[in-house]
Design a protein around this ligand. Structure first.
Ligand code: ATP
Length: 244
C-alpha cells in the first residue's frame, strides 16, 4: 500500500490522559476517507499524530506505527512531513488575518523546495475558489468564515500535497457553504488524485462525498466501512445521522 497507514497508535497527554487507544486506519492513494466522531472523541489528536504536531509538551505517541508509503513518519518533525507531501488544515481556519489572500498563499509556498511556480499554484487555488480571487485585496481577517476556510485549504494546496488532512472544515458554516466546500474538496480529490483524510462531526454531509469512513468514540475506532454501507447501518443512522 502506498497511502497512509496507522497501526495501533496511542497518544497520551500530560503523561496520564490516554486520548487515543490503539487507533489503526488506512487511507489508500487517491482515496477520500473520513474520520467521524463527536466532540472529544480523538479526531484532532489522530490528525496531529499524523502531521507531527504532537510533541512531548502537548502529547506523546506512546505506541504504534505511522507510515506514509515506505516512510516511517514517527522520527520526522512536522516540516519534514510537509516536505513528504502531508498537509494538515487545522480546525478553526487559521489564516493570517492581517494579510491578504495572496500574501497568505505566499507565506505557505515552499519556495526553493517547490516543484511548481507560486503563480501556477496560486492560479489553481483561485480556479477552485473564485471567491477568493474576488476578495484578493481584502485582509483575510475581513473574509467570511467560509472564505477563510477556502483560504485555509488554498494555503494547504500551495504546499503541493499528496495527502491533505482537513479538521472539521464544516464547523460553523451554513449548510449551503458546507455543500460548496465539500464539492470542491471532492473535485480536487477526483481531478487531481489528491488523497484526502477528512475529520468531521457532520456525518450526514460527509458520508455523501467520501469513499470510506472510520467512526471513533472515546479514542477507539468502533466501526469502519464503505460510506454507502455505513449510511444503511441502523446504529450509524441513530447515533450519527440522527434518523434512527
Ligand atoms: P473536537 O471536535 O472537540 O476537537 P476531537 O474528536 O478532535 O474533538 P480531540 O481534540 O482529539 O477530540 O481530544 C481527545 C481528548 O483529548 C479529549 O478528551 C480532549 O479533552 C483531550 N485533549 C485534547 N488535547 C489535549 C491537550 N493538549 N492536553 C490534554 N488533553 C487534551
Amino acid at each position: 500500500m502506498t497511502g497512509l497507514a496507522l497501526s495501533n497508535v496511542e497518544v497520551v497527554y500530560d503523561k496520564v490522559f490516554l486520548a487515543i487507544k490503539g487507533v489503526s486506519l488506512e487511507v489508500g492513494e487517491g482515496e477520500m476517507v473520513a474520520l467521524l466522531g463527536s466532540n472529544g472523541a480523538g479526531k484532532s489528536t489522530t490528525l496531529k499524530a499524523i502531521s507531527g504536531l504532537l510533541g512531548p509538551e502537548r502529547g506523546e505517541i506512546t505506541r504504534g506505527e505511522i507510515r506514509f508509503g515506505d516512510t516511517d513518519l514517527r522520527p520526522l518533525g512536522a516540516p519534514a512531513r510537509v516536505d513528504r507531501g502531508l498537509v494538515h488544515v487545522l480546525e478553526g481556519r487559521r489564516v493570517f488575518g492581517h494579510l491578504t489572500p495572496d500574501e497568505n498563499l505566499v507565506a505557505a509556498y515552499r519556495g526553493g523546495k517547490a516543484e511548481r511556480s507560486f503563480e501556477e499554484l496560486r492560479d489553481e487555488v483561485y480556479r477552485y475558489f473564485p471567491r477568493l480571487k474576488e476578495r484578493a485585496r481584502s485582509k483575510a481577517g475581513y473574509l467570511s468564515g467560509g472564505e477563510q476556510q477556502m483560504l485555509a485549504i488554498g494555503r494547504a494546496l500551495v504546499t503541493e500535497p499528496k495527502l491533505i488532512m482537513l479538521d472539521e472544515p464544516s464547523l460553523g458554516l451554513a449548510p449551503v457553504l458546507v455543500a460548496e466546500i465539500f464539492a470542491i474538496i471532492r473535485e480536487i480529490n477526483q481531478k487531481h488524485g489528491l488523497t484526502v483524510l477528512l475529520v468531521e462531526q457532520n456525518a450526514a454531509a460527509t458520508l455523501e462525498i467520501v469513499n470510506r469512513a472510520y467512526l471513533i468514540e472515546n479514542g477507539q475506532i468502533v466501526m469502519s466501512g464503505e460510506a454507502e454501507t455505513l449510511k444503511r447501518n441502523p446504529d450509524v443512522q441513530e447515533f450519527y445521522l440522527g434518523s434512527g
